[in-house]
Design a protein around this ligand. Structure first.
Ligand code: 7GP
Length: 799
């Protein structure tokens, strides 16, 4: 019997009131919004727990192969709305909450956004967990329970200000503490040789304590666990010092230990060269592997069956130390011969690469590694020597120039290595891992990213979701390819009107919210043109704002030329240490201030930078977007996943042939996608042209004028030189080829304008984007991993 069949008749209001009284300890007269939200969450959680137990038991009884997803980041966002939708409980919950005299929306929005990730890599991990549950694949996510997630962003005079994010200040409704699942993780110390066995004696140790969050799949078909590790001191209080009155000193060990799980490193694509970061990586990887082996031992006898019963996925190189750690556990601690330990580890581990940016490929100084993880460094040297001995003709050293290359280590220790879009995987083969690919031609496979349709269409866009269900039934929510069934209905004028009406209503909602929260009024009939993602030069937010400046100048020169009204909306955080990216934010805010105050141009062009972009804001923006900006320099964006969410919600893309844009365009049709810019090979060739930026500027007076206005301080009259580093960069090296792609970007944007003026045609193109985006479900991606990488099966036949 599954949980679905066993679901009892609801008494949700009773359950909420019971939790309010007996779990929170409040009566209705004194309950705050927060108390109500917690009471509802606990009532919902109870229902998930029923499904959780069934899943756990089923996996155990089947002796099924387990999948473990190790990730430094899980950008999960809010959980209540998602859980309600997946339990098919949302309508009932709304009625119950409103019946208690509360606003359902206010209750949902009381939940803090769990931002335990930076961007795409972390959000992908969250979508994957949900799909693993939907597909009933027995799996577990492992990560760190950061006390502070990604920083909170605000603007002061247009500059980014970072403040700590405090999502755990309130009680966390979804987690279960598991003090019984606690492991010691050691650092430093020395290695001794005892009876031909290496014995590592760490100098210090911290405890990893498990906190479990159930992740419920669509229709509560299955529930997996996200296990996050918190760090605690091995010996929390030095009583001797305490009794001598040294209270601070007595708690020092506790503070030091806890620092390991205190903050998420706020870097996207740049490694933090910090000892603490390496400690975080080893901390969660070691605890997870201990836990995995403990579970394996409890179910199976022979450790040699490990690769048949366990598949471990390393989400980028952050958990790459899993290779040597697993070898250490098998060889040092369980006494398997070294070669066999390496072989078992390699057949168990897999590695996903998420970026080709050289600055993001992790390398750790050998000295630091030896100091922090002396035994692992010895094992890395041995693995390295072993690999070199097998392939003497083509050296691909793990350790070189005094550094450990974590990408090479991950590759050498993996059964499968995958890229995250077709183009990216080809580039992985041709560039970073070309030599290793030649040695192991079967190892690299592609798994194009996907997004969960539950959160990213069904829950965040109820209007469109309802229309789709009305037209083709609701099977699409669990099987997104069914969206193609919409296509034959698209000639039905009623359906087109409904789709256009839903988009407009979403835009009205967004406009009302922007006006209420940020005091900017937006015209819902203008095109909503949105770029939301981390701020990075390769993502080229500066190309977008440069085009805004050029457009502003063009409108001023000729206000009556029939311009298509447009609102450019930006959102995204810059890494606190990334000075250039922070300058781009400042520039966008400065340009916004000037343009929005211009009475001649503002009816046609506005610019808004919404602060503190996060999962919740994405859920608000994407359903209300007409145009999706995916304008990275070709060859730089590994995949993108925002691009998929926009297409699914009926926004058209203006984009380059980069990452998954290529596959999106193939699916939705070239005629429903605004392509511009150089291809990846053209980018490489162009970069070799001397003064490519100068040539591009000389050939395009619009580009020259826009750059000059920024340079002259048209948007920074208080400090006219403020943007000289940006204009200097663009006129000079322009590594990301903003200038060389500008002219074609302008052309594509004017084609967008013309298309938008034909409302019926635009709606049809938008609807075709939705109807043809079914392939971009993370369910499809996870099926690919299960079949090609993990050898895992679904425990619900037909799922
Ligand atoms: C991102 C990539 O930039 C993005 O293109 C991709 O869609 C996403 O991963 C998921 O695969 N990378 C990161 O977020 C990141 O931090 C550093 O990469 C390793």
């Amino acid at each position: 019997m599954t949980y679905q069949d066993a679901r009892p008749a609801t008494g949700l209001q009773d359950a909420i009131l019971r939790h309010l009284t007996y779990t929170i300890g409040k009566d209705t007269a004194h309950a705050t919004l927060h108390d109500w939200r917690m009471a509802l969450s606990y009532a919902v959680r109870d229902k998930i727990v029923d499904s959780w137990f069934v899943s756990t038991r089923t996996a155990y009884e089947a002796g099924a192969k387990r999948v473990y997803y190790l990730s430094m980041e899980f950008l999960i966002g809010r959980l209540l709305g998602d859980a309600l939708v997946n339990l098919r409980f949302d309508a009932e919950a709304k009625a119950a909450v409103e019946g208690l005299g509360l606003s359902f929306d206010a209750v949902l929005h009381d939940e803090p956004d769990a931002a335990l990730g930076n961007g795409g890599l972390g959000r992908l991990a969250a979508c994957f967990l949900e799909s693993l549950s939907t597909l009933a694949c027995p799996a577990m996510g492992y990560g760190i329970r950061y006390e502070h997630g990604l920083f909170r962003q605000s603007f002061e005079d247009g500059r980014q200000i970072e403040q700590p994010e405090t999502w755990l200040q309130q009680r966390h409704a979804w987690e279960f503490e598991r003090p019984e699942a606690m492991y010691r993780v050691g650092f430093g110390g020395h290695v001794a040789d005892q009876d031909d066995r290496a014995v590592w004696t760490p100098a210090e140790a911290v405890l990893a304590e498990a906190h479990d969050t159930p992740v419920v799949g669509w229709q509560a078909r299955w529930t997996n666990t996200l296990r996050l590790w918190g760090a605690r001191a091995g010996d929390p209080l030095d009583l001797k010092r305490f009794n001598h009155g040294d209270y601070v000193g007595a708690a020092a060990a506790e503070m030091l230990a806890r620092s390991i799980s205190r903050v998420l490193y706020p870097d996207d694509t740049t490694p933090a060269g910090k000892e603490l970061r390496l400690k975080q990586e080893y901390f969660f990887t070691a605890a997870s592997l201990h836990d995995i082996l403990r579970r394996f031992d409890s179910e199976h006898g022979d450790i040699r069956a490990l690769p048949d019963k366990v598949a471990i996925q390393l989400n980028d190189t952050h958990p790459a130390i899993a290779g040597p750690e697993l070898v250490r556990l098998l060889h040092d601690e369980r006494g398997l011969p070294f070669d066999e330990a390496v072989d078992l580890a390699r057949r168990t581990l897999n590695y996903t690469n998420h970026t080709l940016l050289p600055e993001a490929l992790e390398k750790w100084p050998v000295d630091l590694m030896r100091h922090l993880l002396p035994r692992h460094m010895m094992l890395i040297d041995r693995i390295d020597a072993d690999h070199a001995a097998h392939f003497p003709a083509r050296p691909t050293p793990i350790v070189a120039d005094g550094e450990v290359n974590m990408g090479t280590l991950s590759f050498v220790m993996a059964n499968r290595v995958n890229g995250v879009s077709a183009l990216h995987t080809e580039l992985v083969k041709q560039t970073v891992f070309a030599d290793l690919h030649a040695l192991h031609p079967e190892r690299i496979v592609n798994q194009t990213n996907g997004v969960t349709p539950r959160r990213w269409l069904h829950a965040c866009n109820p209007r469109l979701s309802g229309i789709i269900t009305g037209a083709i039934g609701e099977g699409w929510v669990g099987d997104l390819e069914q969206l193609s069934g919409l296509e034959p209905h698209l000639d039905d004028a009623g359906l087109q009107d409904a789709i256009a009406g839903a988009k407009r209503a979403n835009k009205v909602d967004l406009s009302n919210w922007v006006s209420a929260t940020h005091g900017v009024s937006l015209d819902p009939d203008a095109m909503f043109d949105v770029q939301i993602k981390r701020i990075h030069e390769y993502k080229r937010q500066h190309l977008n704002i440069l085009e805004a400046v050029a457009l502003w100048q063009a409108i001023r020169a000729n206000p009556n030329a029939g311009w298509t009204p447009r609102v450019k909306i930006f959102g995204g955080k810059a890494a606190p240490g990334y000075v250039f990216a922070k300058k781009i934010i400042h520039l966008i805010n400065d340009v916004a201030r000037v343009l929005n105050a211009d009475p001649v141009t503002s009816p046609f062009l506005k610019v808004v930078f919404l602060p503190n972009y996060n999962v919740t804001l994405a859920e608000r923006l994407i359903p209300a977007s007409d145009l999706s900006e995916q304008v990275s320099t070709a060859g730089k964006e590994a995949s993108g996943t925002g691009n998929m969410k926009f297409a699914l919600n009926g926004a058209l893309t203006v984009g380059t042939l980069d990452g998954a844009n290529v596959e999106i365009r193939d699916h939705v049709g070239a005629e429903n996608f605004f392509l511009f810019g150089m291809t990846a090979p053209e980018v490489v060739a162009r970069r070799a042209v001397p003064d490519h930026a100068g040539q591009a500027i000389a050939a395009d007076p619009r580009l020259a004028a826009a750059l000059e206005a920024i340079h002259q301080g048209a948007f920074s009259s208080d400090d006219p030189n403020r943007y000289h580093d940006i204009t200097g960069n663009l006129r000079g090296p322009d590594y990301f080829l903003v200038c060389s792609d500008f002219t074609d970007y302008w052309r594509a944007q004017r084609a967008v304008d013309a298309a938008y003026r034909d409302g019926a045609h635009w709606t049809r193109m938008a609807a075709l984007n939705t109807a043809r985006s079914g392939w971009f479900s993370s369910d499809r991606t996870i099926r690919g991993y299960m079949a090609d990488i993990w050898g895992a099966t679904s425990l619900r036949p037909g799922a």
